[in-house]
Design a binder for this molecule. Structure first.
Ligand code: ATP
Ligand code: MG
Length: 422
């Protein structure tokens, strides 16, 4: 026997029963982004490896060990399946000079790829919705990003997702903090794991981002970045908080929040739930004022965030609120010599009227066709035999309630089925 082929580890199929939850999520997200004046940008899934190395940072989990990189067989270029969207978005904005006329409010959606250890809420292909405001320097942008996410949770019917914020300050502030942090961590070197020891030398702030439970006590005791914050960043951070209070969005300052990518400065934030176990961060982002210049554009500030779609889908499924039925409304069964042509005509007629119809495939007797109709999940069976065909009519049998089968003119059929819509 041939061995059956499986999907790649950590890459999930979304099966038809689960797809309606994704539809609900995506529809809600689109409507939400429109209301805030954000426009979609569609980006390639593959980029030059260098783009991610330069933007995300060499000494990060993503670049050190999570990227799907490969060599282009024609010219030997190193290419990478995108592990996140901000770098591509900034690359496109610079390449097409989109900031020429002022700031841009953009969003994108799609699969991202990271070679991580697969577990609940952590996959090798996963999906993000990314939102980026480029060319705006003020705290109003940072604050609105959190205000809009707060609204999205309500639009989705989700509760219990808490906002944590921090400020990473300026490059200089981080340099000051870095030396204090290195002093502290060096004193605790014995407890550090191999990764953290290495990072102590290369990128010590990353140690704070470690998920290793054995390090949490040391991380808790670490010096705080806010003592080193520069005046401008402090003012900026105060304003973000003031605007959040005006908007009535509650938050907690988490002085250890540093984020796993190097490009952030000033405001960083995460939305966290306790309902998903260890993978509790469902949305994360912040300001990245240096990135556009780093990627070769004219210096311009920017701020953005990304949501983990699978984790939010898991929350929606756990809540059980989305019960959309993806089955066709009507299942059309037919049998008889004249019935076939009439059935095809009736099916298209119903579709013209906006009603979804699954036409029975493969013929067979009425009894077995009716079993299929029932199993399909449709609310109605539309039944066509030679009698109906001759009369220009169709019989309608409700499948989900105990009402009688009726027979109607084809012209009245759409109204008859549409009437029963929930
Ligand atoms: P984590 O700390 O969970 O590894 P991260 O800081 O690496 O997340 P970001 O790069 O900020 O994540 O991505 C934004 C969001 O994308 C995360 O908050 C999370 O919801 C989601 N996400 C990140 N990596 C994965 C993954 N491997 N599988 C599923 N979702 C993910
Ligand atoms: Mg990660």
């Amino acid at each position: 026997m041939t061995e059956t082929l499986q999907a790649i580890r950590g890459m999930k199929d979304v099966l038809p029963d689960e797809a309606p939850v994704w539809d609900f999520f995506e529809d809600t997200v689109r409507a939400w982004l429109r209301r805030y004046g954000y426009r979609q940008i569609r980006l390639p899934v593959v980029e030059n490896t260098d783009l991610f190395v330069r933007s995300i940072g060499e000494v990060t989990d993503i670049v050190e060990k999570e990227m799907y990189s490969f060599t282009d067989r024609l010219n030997g270029d190193s290419l990478t399946l995108r592990p996140e969207g901000t770098a591509s978005c900034v690359r496109a904005v610079v390449q097409h000079n989109l900031l020429y006329g002022g700031g841009q409010r953009l969003w994108y959606a799609g699969p991202m790829f990271r070679h991580e250890k697969p577990q609940k809420g952590r996959y090798r292909q996963f999906h993000q919705i990314g939102v980026e405001a480029l060319g705006y320097a003020g705290p109003d942008v940072d604050a609105e990003h959190m205000v809009m996410v707060d609204r999205l949770w309500r639009d989705l019917g989700l509760s219990g997702i808490a906002l944590e914020i921090n400020s990473l300050g300026s490059t200089e502030a981080r340099a000051r903090y870095r030396s204090r942090l290195v002093d502290y961590l060096s004193q605790h070197e014995a407890v550090l794991d191999a990764d953290s020891k290495r990072r102590l030398l290369t990128n010590p702030l990353r140690v704070l981002d470690s998920k290793n439970p054995a390090l949490q006590a040391v991380i808790e005791g670490a010096p705080r970045l806010d003592d080193d914050l520069d005046d401008d960043s402090r003012r900026h951070f105060d304003d973000v908080q003031r605007l959040l209070r005006i908007a009535g969005v509650s938050f907690r300052i988490n002085p250890r929040l540093v984020r796993g990518l190097d490009y952030y400065n000033r405001t960083v934030f995460e939305w966290v739930t306790t309902e998903l176990g260890a993978q509790g961060t469902v949305c994360a982002g912040g300001r990245y004022d240096g990135l556009i210049e780093q990627i070769g554009g004219k210096p311009a500030p920017a701020c953005g965030f990304a949501m983990g779609v699978e984790r939010l889908i898991a929350l929606l499924e756990a809540g059980g609120a989305v019960t959309a039925n993806a089955a066709a409304e009507a299942y059309l069964v037919w049998s008889g010599e004249q019935a076939e042509a009439h059935a095809w005509h009736v099916a298209e007629h119903l579709r013209d009227a906006g009603i979804s119809v699954a036409l029975h495939y493969g013929g067979g007797g009425f009894k077995s066709q009716m079993k299929r109709a029932d199993a399909s999940g449709a609310r109605y069976a539309v039944i066509i035999g030679d009698d109906e065909a001759q009369a220009g009519e169709a019989s309608v049998k409700p499948l989900r309630e105990a009402t009688q089968q009726t027979r109607v003119k084809v012209a009245d059929l759409a109204a008859c089925i549409g009437h029963g819509r929930g």
